[in-house]
Design a protein around this ligand. Sequence first.
Ligand SMILES: NC(=O)c1ccc[n+]([C@@H]2O[C@H](COP(=O)([O-])OP(=O)(O)OC[C@H]3O[C@@H](n4cnc5c(N)ncnc54)[C@H](OP(=O)(O)O)[C@@H]3O)[C@@H](O)[C@H]2O)c1
Length: 205
Amino acid sequence: MNVSIIGTGNMAKGIGLRLAGGGHQVQLHAKDQAKGQALASEIGHDTSVVAVGTPTHDVVVLAIPYSQMQSVADSYQAFAGKIVIDITNPVDFDTLRLIPAPGTSGAETVAALLPEANVVKAFNTVFSSVLAAGQVSGQVPDVFVVSDGADAKSTVVTLINSSGLRAIDAGSLAHARHLEGMGLIHMSIQATLGTNWQSAVQIVS
Ligand SMILES: NC(=O)c1ccc[n+]([C@@H]2O[C@H](COP(=O)([O-])OP(=O)(O)OC[C@H]3O[C@@H](n4cnc5c(N)ncnc54)[C@H](OP(=O)(O)O)[C@@H]3O)[C@@H](O)[C@H]2O)c1
């Protein structure tokens, strides 16, 4: 698949490495072209870099802070009909609480900002360091995927499974609030466990 990633930070790197390694074509949207080129070189596999603007690919990963969603919705055009993957953990790091009001989620806020896009929540429970490595202690991280669009969700599940990770369909977009809570708990327990961001949420059976 051809995938546009908006952002050139830690998650853009982790997701970019996994997708490119899985044979997918990655396009980075960079505010800073030099930063974008450096990351594209690191990802390899003919990863391209373009400026802020219109994502050309049908799958778009928003690898940006939750606080930037409104700005991205305003600065980027043509999300209509595209699969937009929201990976954010909308957390207030001063209070260690979720920013969205109880009963909703960051993903549903993104869906409201981009009403013509097919919004899928994924990757928020996986740390960038683990994505970059593709594993932790030899274990492949699970990636929970939720959306109200069956086709969009199925496409993202296929994308993830073909990139050396395990996707788990976890239901509708309303479940994003629980994934965001899970992301918050996973971050909160790093000090407790002393795992230093080298842990992953995985369902064992
Ligand atoms: N880090 C993790 O382990 C982790 C795990 C799960 C989920 N997440 C979520 O993933 C998202 C990204 O996290 P991160 O760790 O990758 O953050 P990061 O390293 O700070 O990267 C954020 C990126 O967003 C770009 N950006 C900011 N505003 C933008 C805008 N208006 N338009 C285009 N690009 C913009 C930044 O560009 P500049 O640097 O040029 O400003 C930067 O490249 C966050 O929502 C976070 O909650 C992170």
